[in-house]
Design a protein around this ligand. Structure first.
Ligand code: PEP
Ligand code: MG
Length: 894
C-alpha cells in the first residue's frame, strides 16, 4: 500500500484517497498550471493512525523519499540554514470542511534558518514575521497552547510601540516577539519549540490527523452529514509568499458568481498578505477586478487559468492563489459551493454552453436546494427601516432578535426565540451559534469569509461585510448610520432585525415575508415576477423538465381534502397516494366517531354509521373531482383510539366534581366506564387500523360504500375517478381476506345499484414487520402495497414515533449512532431491507403488484433514491414536497 503521492501522481478522481484539496492540486499540476511542488499523504494513512494511535510504519520512509525528491527539485533542503525550503502542512478531507481542521505554514524555519530566509528574501522583517507566524500557528494547533497568549503578546508589542497594525512592527520588534513566543511555548508545554525541521513536519502531520476528530470538525460533519470514518489527507506543499511586499499578495476567485451564477470576475484580493488573512476576513480585501490595475500580467494569467479550469471541470470552480513578487501560484481549486439559485442557473447555463448534458445537469442540483428556493422572501412593497447593507452571502429572509455572541444565540434559541447572530466576523468557534440562529450578520469579511462559506453550506441566510454597521460585542449592541449614512441608530441585544441574504440589506424590526417566485411558478401564477426571479424560474422549469422526462418513479400526494389535492396537482402530483380518512373526522365530526366507537347497541352503531356515510361520500366526491383521471388511494380509518376518545383524566375529574356537587352525571359515568374499557397503555400498538375495522361491525363497509358511491356519482357525472381502497396496519393475510370479502360484496352492490363498473382496486399498507415478512402471502389478497414507513420505522426499531425525537434522539445524534433521524431518512440497512424484501416477495406472488410508499420518507431526497433503487412504482408525500420528490426521482434515474 502506497501512503504518499506526489502532486504529479494524483488526479481529481482520487478524492477518497487524496482528499479534495490533494486531488485537485494534482489535477492542476497535471494540467500544467503553476502549482508549488509538493506531495499528499493519503486518508488511508490517517485512518491507520486514527484506528491504531500510531502512523503506519511505512509512512516515515515514504515521506522521506518524497521530501528528498522535493528538495532535489527545489535545490534546497527543508530548513537548510543558508536557504531554507519551507513547506505548508494542510489538512484536506474528501469533503470540504472550511476552517474545521488544522493547517501549519512555514514549517522548516528555526533559529538556524531564519537568517538564511532573510538573506534570500532580502528582507529581514519578512523572515522574522514568518518565524513568528510559525511559532504561533505551531504552538496553537500542534502543541495546544492557548492562542490568546500569542495574540495578547502581539497586541502588547503594538501597544508598547504605539502602533495599531502588524505591518508597523519592524524586524527587531518581531525578533523580540519570537523570543517571547518561544518562552510562552516552553512555559505552557514544558518543552522548547522544536528546532529540527523534520520533527516540526512530523508533528504537524500528526496534528492534522488528530484534527479530524476535533470538536469543531465533528460538529461540522454531523451538520453536513459527512461520515466520521473517512479521515483526512495531509498536503505538504512548498511555501510561496504573498507577504513579500506590494508586488505580492493573495486572493480567492470564483469562475462565476456563486450567488447568481453569472459569468464574470468574482473574488477578493489582498495585497502583501498570506492566504489565511483573506479566508479569516481579518483585513478588508479589494475586489478581484482591481488586480488588473495592480498586476496586469498576473491578472491576465489568472483569467486564462480560470477559463482553463472551468472548461476542464465543466463547473464553477473556486480558487485560492498567491502572487509572490509578480509570479502567480495556484494554491487550491475545487468545484465551488454555490447558492441554491445559482446551482439551477449554472446547471442550465452549462447545458447551453454545451459543456454538460441534461442528465449531468440533474446531478448539479439537489432536492434540498430546490426546497431552499421554495422558502418565502421579504415583501418588496413593505415599508422598511433600512439600517445598512452588506454583502449578500447566502440567500433567504431571516427575522430575529439581535444577539452578539454564540452562547446567547444558543441559549435564546433553546428557549424558543428566533435570533440573528451578529458578529464582527465569525470563526469556527461560532459554529454552535450559527446553527442556532435564523441568520448571520457580520460587519467584516467578503463572500469567502468564514461566515459566508459556512452559512452557504448550511443553507442559512447570511449578510457579511456590512462595514457601515459598527458591532460592539462587549456592550452587546450595534450602531448603524441608516440609509443616508448620517444617523446613529443603536440596536441593542434583543431588538428585532431582518436580514436579506439575497440583497445584503439589513433592516430594523420585522419585515413581512412573501412567497418565493419558485412556489408561485409551481402554483402556476408566476406573473409579474422580477427579472431576476424570472431567470431563476426559467432555470428551475428547465431542470424540472429534465427530471420529469427521465424519472421512472411516479410522484403522488398525501392529501385528505380537495384543496390539498388541487395544490398537489398544480405541483405535479400524479395522484393521491394516501388519503387518511381519520383526518376527515376531526373537528366537529369527532363526536360522531366517538359515538360509533362507544356504541354498545347495534342500533346506536347503525345510527352513527348512517350519519357518517353522506359526509364521507361528499368528501370523496370532491377529492375524486380534484384528482379526476388520476389514482386516489383512500385508506380506511386508522385512528389511534386515544385521538378520538375523551381524555380519561379530564373525564374522571368531571365525574368526581359532579359527584361531589351531587349533580346528575349518569352520561359522564357511562362514558367514563366505556373509555376505561377501551383505554390502552400503548395506543399506537393497540386497537388501530384493520383491527378497528374488524371489531366494529359495519365501519369499513360504510367507508367502502362511501367510496364506491362517490366513484359512481363521479362516473355518472362524466368524471373519471380511479379509486383505490387501502387497508391499514395489516399484519397477516387473514385480516385482509376478511375485509376484502366484505368490501367486494359492498362494491358489487353499489355497482349493481348504479349500473356502473367502478374498477376499484384493493390493497394494503405494509407498515408492520410481520406484514413485510409475509408479504408473499399478503400479496395474494392485495392488488397493491403502500409502504407505511412511519409505522414500519416505529415498529422495526421499537421507537415511539411520537416521543423519541423529543427525548433521546438528540443524544443519539450527538453520539453518532445515526447521522439523521430514521423517521426523516429511511434506514436502508434495517427498515430498508424489509422494504426491499417485501417488494420482491410481493412481486413474486403477483408480478403486476403496484408498489408505493406513503410514509414521510416519500418526500425525503435520500429516501427517494432508495425507493427508486428497490423498484417501487411511486412515492407519495405532502403536497409541498412534491417538486423535491419529482426532482430527486429524476436525479435517481439520470
Ligand atoms: C405510515 O405509517 O407510514 C403511514 C403513512 O401511516 P400513518 O403515518 O398515518 O400512520
Ligand atoms: Mg401508519
Amino acid at each position: 500500500q502506497k501512503f504518499v503521492y506526489d502532486f504529479t501522481e494524483g488526479n481529481k478522481d482520487l478524492k477518497d484517497l487524496l482528499g479534495g484539496k490533494g486531488a485537485n492540486l494534482a489535477e492542476m499540476t497535471n494540467l500544467g498550471l503553476p502549482v508549488p511542488p509538493g506531495f499528499t499523504i493519503t486518508t488511508e494513512a490517517c485512518k491507520v493512525y486514527l484506528d491504531s494511535g500510531s502512523e503506519p510504519t511505512a509512512l516515515r520512509d515514504e515521506v522521506s523519499a518524497h521530501l528528498e525528491a522535493l528538495e532535489k527539485r527545489m535545490g534546497k533542503k527543508l530548513g537548510q540554514a543558508d536557504d531554507p525550503l519551507l513547506v505548508s502542512v494542510r489538512s484536506g478531507a474528501k469533503f470540504s470542511m472550511p476552517g474545521m481542521m488544522d493547517t501549519v505554514l512555514n514549517i522548516g524555519l528555526s533559529d538556524a534558518s531564519v537568517a538564511g530566509l532573510a538573506a534570500q528574501a532580502g528582507d529581514e522583517r519578512f523572515a522574522w514575521d514568518s518565524y513568528r507566524r510559525l511559532i504561533q500557528m505551531f504552538g496553537k494547533t500542534v502543541l495546544g497552547v492557548d492562542g490568546e497568549l500569542f495574540e495578547e503578546a502581539l497586541d502588547e508589542a503594538k501597544r508598547a510601540k504605539g502602533v495599531t497594525t502588524d505591518v508597523e512592527l519592524d524586524a527587531a520588534d518581531l525578533k523580540r516577539l519570537v523570543e517571547d513566543f518561544k518562552a510562552t511555548v516552553a512555559k505552557e508545554t514544558g518543552r522548547d519549540f522544536p528546532q529540527e525541521p523534520r520533527e516540526q513536519m512530523d508533528l504537524a502531520i500528526r496534528a492534522v490527523f488528530d484534527s479530524w476528530n476535533g470538536d469543531r470538525a465533528k460538529l461540522y460533519r454531523r451538520q453536513e452529514r459527512i461520515p466520521g470514518d473517512l479521515g483526512t489527507a495531509v498536503n505538504i506543499c512548498s511555501m510561496v509568499f504573498g507577504n513579500l511586499g506590494p508586488d505580492s499578495g493573495t486572493g480567492v476567485a470564483f469562475t462565476r458568481d456563486p450567488a447568481s451564477g453569472h459569468q464574470g470576475v468574482y473574488g477578493d484580493y489582498l495585497q502583501n498578505a498570506q492566504g489565511e488573512d483573506v479566508v479569516a476576513g481579518i483585513r478588508n480585501t479589494v475586489p478581484l477586478a482591481d488586480l488588473e490595475r495592480i498586476d496586469k500580467a498576473s491578472y491576465a494569467q489568472l483569467m486564462q487559468i480560470m477559463e482553463t479550469l472551468e472548461t476542464h471541470y465543466k463547473d464553477l470552480c473556486d480558487i485560492e492563489f498567491t502572487i509572490e513578487r509578480g509570479k502567480l501560484w495556484m494554491l487550491q481549486t475545487r468545484v465551488g459551493k454555490r447558492t441554491a439559485g445559482a446551482a439551477f442557473r449554472i446547471a442550465t447555463q452549462l447545458v447551453d454552453q454545451g459543456l454538460i448534458d441534461e442528465a449531468e445537469a440533474l446531478q448539479r442540483v439537489t432536492g434540498a436546494q430546490l426546497a431552499q428556493l421554495m422558502f418565502p422572501r421579504f415583501d418588496e412593497k413593505a415599508k422598511t427601516d433600512l439600517l445598512g447593507r452588506g454583502i449578500a452571502a447566502s440567500p433567504g429572509a431571516a427575522v430575529g432578535k439581535a444577539v452578539f455572541d454564540s452562547y446567547t444565540a444558543v441559549k435564546w434559541s433553546r428557549s424558543g426565540e428566533k435570533v440573528i447572530l451578529i458578529r464582527r466576523e465569525t470563526n469556527p468557534d461560532d459554529l454552535d451559534g450559527m446553527i442556532a440562529s435564523e441568520g448571520i450578520l457580520t460587519s467584516r469579511g467578503g463572500k469567502t469569509s468564514h461566515a459566508a462559506v459556512v452559512a452557504r453550506g448550511m443553507g442559512k441566510t447570511c449578510v457579511c461585510g456590512a462595514e457601515e454597521l459598527e458591532v460592539d460585542t462587549k456592550r452587546r449592541r450595534m450602531t448603524a448610520n441608516g440609509p443616508d449614512g448620517k444617523q446613529s441608530i443603536v440596536i441593542e441585544e434583543g431588538e428585532v432585525v431582518s436580514i436579506d441574504g439575497s440583497t445584503g440589506k439589513v433592516y430594523r424590526g420585522e419585515v413581512p415575508v412573501v412567497p418565493s417566485p419558485v412556489v408561485e411558478y409551481f402554483e402556476g401564477r408566476a406573473d409579474g415576477a422580477a427579472e431576476d426571479a424570472d431567470e431563476l424560474v426559467k432555470a428551475v422549469h428547465r431542470v424540472m423538465t429534465y427530471a420529469d422526462g427521465g424519472r421512472r418513479l411516479q410522484v403522488r400526494a398525501n392529501a385528505d381534502n380537495a384543496e390539498d389535492a388541487a395544490r398537489a396537482r398544480r405541483f405535479g402530483a400524479q395522484g393521491i397516494g394516501l388519503c387518511r380518512t381519520e383526518h376527515m373526522f376531526l373537528g366537529e365530526r369527532r363526536e360522531m366517531v366517538e359515538r360509533l366507537i362507544l356504541a354498545d347497541h347495534e342500533d346506536e352503531r347503525d345510527e352513527a354509521l348512517k350519519a357518517l356515510l353522506p359526509l364521507q361520500k361528499s368528501d370523496f366526491v370532491e377529492l375524486f373531482e380534484a384528482m379526476d383521471g388520476l389514482p386516489v388511494t383512500v385508506r380506511l380509518l386508522d385512528p389511534p383510539l386515544h385521538e378520538f376518545l375523551p381524555d380519561i383524566t379530564d373525564l374522571s375529574v368531571r365525574v368526581a366534581l359532579a359527584e361531589a356537587r351531587h349533580e346528575p352525571h349518569e352520561n359522564e359515568l357511562r362514558l367514563l366506564q366505556a373509555v376505561h374499557k377501551l383505554h390502552e397503555q400503548n395506543p399506537m400498538l393497540g386497537l388501530r387500523g384493520v383491527r378497528l375495522g374488524l371489531v366494529i361491525p359495519g365501519l369499513f363497509a360504510m367507508q367502502v360504500r362511501a367510496i364506491a358511491e362517490a366513484a359512481a356519482e363521479r362516473r355518472n357525472a362524466g368524471g373519471d375517478p380511479h379509486a383505490e381502497i387501502m387497508i391499514p396496519l395489516v399484519g397477516t393475510v387473514q385480516e385482509l381476506e376478511i375485509v376484502r370479502e366484505e368490501a367486494e360484496r359492498v362494491i358489487a352492490e353499489v355497482e349493481r345499484a348504479t349500473g356502473t363498473d367502478l374498477g376499484l382496486t384493493l390493497g394494503t399498507m405494509i407498515e408492520l414487520p410481520r406484514a413485510a415478512l409475509t408479504a408473499g402471502q399478503i400479496a395474494e389478497a392485495a392488488e397493491f402495497f403502500s409502504f407505511g414507513t412511519n409505522d414500519l420505522t416505529q415498529t422495526v426499531w421499537g421507537f415511539s414515533r411520537d416521543d423519541v425525537e423529543a427525548s433521546f434522539f438528540t443524544a443519539y445524534l450527538e453520539k453518532g449512532i445515526f447521522g439523521v433521524s430514521p423517521f426523516e431518512t429511511i434506514d436502508r440497512d434495517g427498515v430498508g431491507s424489509l422494504v426491499r424484501a417485501a417488494a420482491e416477495a410481493g412481486r413474486a406472488t403477483r408480478p403486476d403488484l403496484k408498489l408505493g410508499v406513503c410514509g414521510e420518507h416519500g418526500g425525503d431526497p435520500d429516501s427517494v433514491h432508495f425507493f427508486h433503487e428497490v423498484g417501487l412504482d411511486y412515492v407519495s408525500c405532502s403536497p409541498f414536497r412534491i417538486p423535491v420528490a419529482r426532482l430527486e426521482a429524476g436525479r435517481a434515474a439520470a
